[in-house]
Ligand binder design. Structure first.
Ligand SMILES: C[S@@+](CC[C@H](N)C(=O)[O-])C[C@H]1O[C@@H](n2cnc3c(N)ncnc32)[C@H](O)[C@@H]1O
Length: 280
């Protein structure tokens, strides 16, 4: 078994897709980690061998496995500028998230909304917001990212929407830009109570809405900037929110979001990626 794995790594380094297929057909383990903690897929990805990446993904190689530095095959391809290999890995990740999200949703609640997180208590400490399982919903170290998101979504000024208050980091940053209006949608009752305790309902340009975005989105006006960062949701929810954007965002408006969709076989918590879209 180990010998097969080593041979796979060798073939992956050489970009030999035919050899990979022969080895896979003879039972070699595509999940093999070599002495450096790299899988065959990571070797193919970091050298930009797209055909080898494709063959390994088709054989079920784990796209989200991490090397000892917590780096996935997708990261390796991206860092080395191998666009084709990176696209293959990104698509594999998105497809897996879609399928796993749908299965998880069905298993959890027969297709109904997963409201475990929203029904359980959350707790605040100085630098964290934790859920009932002691997993971090939000942490203070994310502040610089939140400030960057706020800067992006406020760059046109005007009317701003934020979905998911958490620790209020992004909302505090948004307030520094003095938007014409600042609407915040928050679903968790404990978090919402915290917003009231901290006087967010008293701020002149702020409207706070207690509820799931799914339940209130159709009553919202349009915005010049929108930020989205929820917790305990699935990729499907993010996609569903993105489908609302053509109506919710004014022409030329800026949208940015935070999510937990990156590879995470060895990861705890919620490491976020970020992108922003400019709907011009
Ligand atoms: C990661 S935190 C947001 C952190 C925030 N960006 C900050 O800067 O502190 C996610 C928040 O989204 C809220 N949330 C989860 N699901 C939601 C939903 N469907 N609609 C609105 N808010 C939701 C959670 O209660 C939580 O407060």
């Amino acid at each position: 078994m180990e010998e097969g794995g080593k041979q796979l790594c060798e073939a992956a380094k050489n970009g030999d897709a035919e050899k990979l297929k022969t080895l896979i057909d003879s039972g070699a383990d595509v999940s093999y980690f070599d002495g450096e903690g790299l899988t065959p897929l990571m070797h193919a990805a970091q050298l930009g061998h797209a055909a080898a990446v494709k063959a390994l993904l088709e054989a079920g190689a784990p796209w989200n496995a991490l090397n000892p530095s917590n780096i996935s095959a997708g990261d390796l391809a991206m860092n080395a500028g191998h666009e084709e290999a990176y696209e293959l890995l990104l698509n594999a990740g998105i497809q897996a998230e879609l399928v796993l999200g749908t299965i998880a949703r069905r298993e959890n609640n027969n297709g109904e909304w997963n409201d475990d997180y929203l029904e359980d208590r959350v707790s605040f400490s100085e630098d964290k917001l934790m859920d009932a399982e002691n997993k971090a919903v939000m942490m203070a170290w994310e502040n610089p990212l939140m400030e960057a998101h706020a800067k992006a979504v406020c760059s046109n000024g005007g009317h701003i929407l934020n979905i998911g208050f958490g620790m209020g980091l992004v909302d505090t940053a948004i307030q520094k830009y003095s938007p014409a209006s600042h609407t915040i949608v928050e679903a968790h009752p404990n978090v919402f109570q915290r917003m009231l305790d901290d006087g967010w309902d008293k701020k002149e340009n702020v409207t706070i809405i207690c509820g799931r975005w799914q339940d209130v989105v159709h009553e919202l006006p349009t915005f010049d900037g929108i930020f989205f960062d929820t917790y305990g949701e699935y990729y499907d929810d993010l996609r569903e929110f993105h489908q609302q954007l053509p109506v919710l965002l004014k022409p030329g408006g800026i949208y940015s979001f935070f999510n937990g969709l990156c590879g995470g076989l060895k990861m705890d918590g919620d490491l976020h990626n970020w992108w922003y879209y400019d709907y011009t």
